[in-house]
Ligand binder design. Structure first.
Ligand code: 9WO
Length: 267
């Protein structure tokens, strides 16, 4: 994948892209990462990249011309015409589905803004798609660009091991992770769920599926709403919910009895 990043802080991007899974992918040539600094395309002697907004208001905007020329330089460098993405809180939310689609692009340009944003005409002239990684405002688009790059790169062929990518396909199908444990068996009185020590791989797989369903139902019911369960999953979820809710109802009743008992003693 050819990846151009347009940023006023190329060294920030370069440093972050140097470690871990992404760093290895860049060194192996799986990702061809190129940085384009709008400041290199300024024409005045102060190398200005920002200017105040028409109509007044706080702060500064990125000037159109340096941005356009940085994107143009990226286009000329790319092996095939790249899709141009601007990272902004106004963009469409990124999810794993979109990440997966983008990871199949041959070349992409990610534009990281600074200040209070960019002149709208830059968006109209050069941007194919506006994306957001979440509903919050940062001081620049570099971290969102890095987030998007990280999420895409780990999906590229040859980046994770074969085992890991097979795992990815089977277990990231729209559910949250099941809880995971490593040694030791007991941590401050908390044991590892017994079934995981049994060596019964089928039982372990069933338990993990059930836990993933349970955790998704509890923490992200919206994810289940847009992803109807098949018969097996519905049975697994019903079973674990019956178990867990029965136990929690029991605990709740026990707590009520305890407070009622304490009240009687008071009187
Ligand atoms: C700051 C600001 C201050 C006063 C009035 C309006 C304002 N808008 C902004 C603003 O949106 N600044 C952005 C900072 C401009 C583009 C780069 N910046 C950015 C990108 N912050 N957060 C993101 C971002 C991108 C993708 N997903 C989540 C957040």
């Amino acid at each position: 994948m050819w990846l151009g990043i347009v940023s006023l802080f190329p060294e920030l991007v370069a440093q972050a892209a140097d470690s871990g899974v992404v760093g290895r992918a860049v060194r192996n040539g799986i990702v061809d990462l190129r940085l384009f600094n709008p400041r290199s395309y300024t024409t005045d002697k102060h190398q200005s990249v920002d200017d105040s907004p028409y109509g007044g208001g706080p702060g500064m905007l990125m000037m159109v011309e340096p941005l356009l020329q940085a994107v143009e330089a990226a286009r000329e460098c790319a092996p095939v015409a790249p899709r141009v993405i601007y990272l902004t809180p106004q963009g469409a939310p990124v999810d794993q589905q979109r990440v997966s689609e983008l990871s199949r692009e041959q070349s992409l340009v990610l534009v990281a803004g600074r200040y209070e944003g960019v002149d709208q005409r830059f968006v109209e002239l050069a941007v194919d798609e506006e994306l957001s990684i979440g509903d919050y405002v940062l001081s620049g688009g570099e971290l969102p660009a890095l987030v998007l790059m990280d999420a895409m790169v780990r999906l590229l062929p040859g980046v994770l091991g074969n085992a890991a990518s097979a795992e990815e396909e089977s277990h990231l199908d729209g559910l949250l992770d099941y809880p995971q444990y490593t040694r030791p068996e007991n941590v401050r009185g908390l044991p590892v769920p017994e079934l995981l020590l049994s060596g019964d791989h089928r039982a372990v797989a069933r338990w993990r599926r059930q836990q993933a369903l349970l955790h998704t139902w509890r923490k992200r019911p919206d994810m289940l709403a847009e992803r109807p369960l098949d018969d097996r999953d519905r049975l697994l979820l019903n079973e674990v919910l019956t178990e867990v809710l029965k136990q929690e109802l029991g605990e709740a009743f026990a707590a009520v009895e305890e407070t009622e008992g304490a009240k009687k003693q008071d009187h």
